[in-house]
Write a protein that binds this ligand. Structure first.
Ligand SMILES: C[S@@+](CC[C@H](N)C(=O)[O-])C[C@H]1O[C@@H](n2cnc3c(N)ncnc32)[C@H](O)[C@@H]1O
Length: 453
């Protein structure tokens, strides 16, 4: 390879300069991307690279692109869009007293997410009743977002009829109709560095915030700070959706946490003490319109529970023990049934989701098992056992995601004394699990034909 050798230390410094962070697991990838960028730009040493950051806007944008991941598409996470359609929007409309509903797509990348929200609102006859804001750290992504013109790849999961209804196609490109495009406004925001809420910029008091697939790329301290900021940006009773693979936030701010079929959702309780008044800056003239009355759709089967009340519950321990005994004597169907029942009362127990996933794995129900193990992981990202089995579950279907999960398990294990016992799987030590994880990782890499992922 020509050009500078990847330096993980440089990666940290670059991230710091642009106000970003990344988890340890991405350090190698970020270092390589920065090395490639230096080669492309003919910059031979780290010092001049760092000096040019901030002065050269184009280079800064390239550095941001090297650190972040901009992958997105229309209607990504269909279960969450369903939840918004069936539960969140109807509820927000019921209590909105005619004022607009404010939605924020934070980490919007090239705009597919906020425009999907606009399309959904239009389908529900609510487009004039909502205000959609979108924000991202990447100025380059925001330019693309504002243009609202997309290729097939962005629309790969979009229904053919929707494409026809909302886009004008020309030579393989799809331009979103102006009526929807102008419904979304974009702002530059750096979650790591900007003070939020920022009422003067209209970035406060949101009824619904989507911050999906962003937190997964931040380091632990940035996640904590962001959780508090997002909480403060929510209006009374407002909702926050993150992605299933994002780290859990309920530990870091007083969210009311719910587990729904679409994953974990967070809310700011009505009347939370430091709820600020709606800022005048975000209340423009309200365009009243005659609306068709919204069907009263019952909330999705959500178990709204205060996380802190549920966790540490001794009852969970006892049920988990019962499930394990069934599992150990081979009654895995029973174990699965018991786990599913117990989850209804204790939706925030990572252990129960883990046991459910394990039981499903033994029946070859890989998709269901992966979903259960993912829930366990986002309820407690330190559960190396759940990360490990998630990796095993995904290795054929989604090898990259499998690698991420297995690497997380490995990182966790190697940071511990080899004889330390691993939570949730009896008799297994950190050394043992690390070895198993290494073997699985090696196998996947060989299968993918690459050692440099
Ligand atoms: C993987 S995309 C997610 C897009 C969309 N939310 C989705 O789920 O499809 C992540 C986006 O987060 C943005 N991002 C990363 N760190 C950020 C930060 N500190 N502040 C604002 N945006 C950030 C990136 O630029 C990127 O566009």
């Amino acid at each position: 390879m020509t050009g500078p050798a990847p330096s993980s230390n440089l990666a940290d410094q670059v991230a710091y300069r642009v106000g970003l962070s990344f988890p340890v697991s991405r350090k190698g990838a970020v270092a390589s991307a920065i090395a490639r960028l230096m080669t492309r730009r003919g910059i031979g040493d780290s010092r001049s690279f760092l000096d040019r950051l901030g002065l050269d806007e184009d280079l800064t944008d390239d550095a941001i692109a090297a650190i972040t991941v901009g992958e997105t598409h229309f209607f990504r996470g269909p279960d969450q869009f369903q939840l918004i359609r069936q539960t969140i929007l109807p509820e927000l409309r019921r209590r909105s007293d005619g004022s607009p509903v404010w939605i924020w797509s934070l980490g919007c990348a090239t705009g597919e997410e906020p425009y999907s929200l606009a399309i959904l609102c239009d389908q529900e006859g609510l487009l004039d009743d909502v205000r959609i804001r979108a924000a991202d750290i990447s100025r380059r992504a925001l330019v693309t977002a504002k243009a609202a013109e997309y290729g097939e790849w962005s629309l790969r999961k979009t229904d053919h009829k929707l494409k026809e209804r909302y886009f004008t196609s020309c030579e393989g490109r799809f331009r979103l109709h102006e009526r929807l495009r102008r419904q979304v406004d974009f702002a530059h925001v750096n979650l790591g560095a900007d003070e939020l809420p920022a009422a003067e910029r209209g970035l406060a008091d949101f009824d619904l915030i989507l911050c999906r697939n962003v937190l997964v790329y931040l380091d632990a301290s940035a996640v904590r700070r962001t959780a508090r900021q997002l909480f403060a940006c929510l209006a009374d009773g407002g909702w926050l959706l993150t992605a299933p693979t994002d780290p859990p936030l309920w530990k870091y701010a007083p969210f009311e946490t719910s587990v729904t079929p679409a994953g974990v959702v967070y809310r700011r309780m009505m009347g939370h003490p430091d709820t600020s008044k709606r800022s005048a800056s975000r209340v423009p003239s309200i365009r009243h319109q005659t609306k068709k009355p919204l069907a009263r759709i019952p909330p999705a089967r959500a178990c709204v529970t205060d996380a802190r009340k549920t966790l540490g519950d001794n009852a969970v321990r006892a049920i988990a023990q019962q499930i394990r005994s069934r599992f150990d004597i081979g009654e895995t169907r029973d174990a699965e049934r018991l786990a599913a029942q117990a989850i209804e009362s204790h939706p925030l127990s990572a252990e129960l989701h883990f046991l459910q996933g394990l039981s499903q794995m033994t029946h070859g129900e890989t998709d269901a098992a992966a979903a259960a193990l993912r829930r366990a992981v986002y309820l407690d990202s330190d559960l190396a056992a759940a990360q490990f089995f998630l990796g095993v579950c995904l290795k054929h279907r989604d090898p990259q995601a499998a690698l991420r999960a297995l690497e997380n398990a490995l990182l966790f294990c190697v940071a511990r004394p080899p004889r330390e016992r691993i939570a949730l799987i009896s008799g297994v030590t950190a050394g043992h699990l690390a070895e198993r994880a290494r073997r699985e990782i090696g196998e996947i890499r060989r299968h993918l034909g690459s050692e440099d992922l």
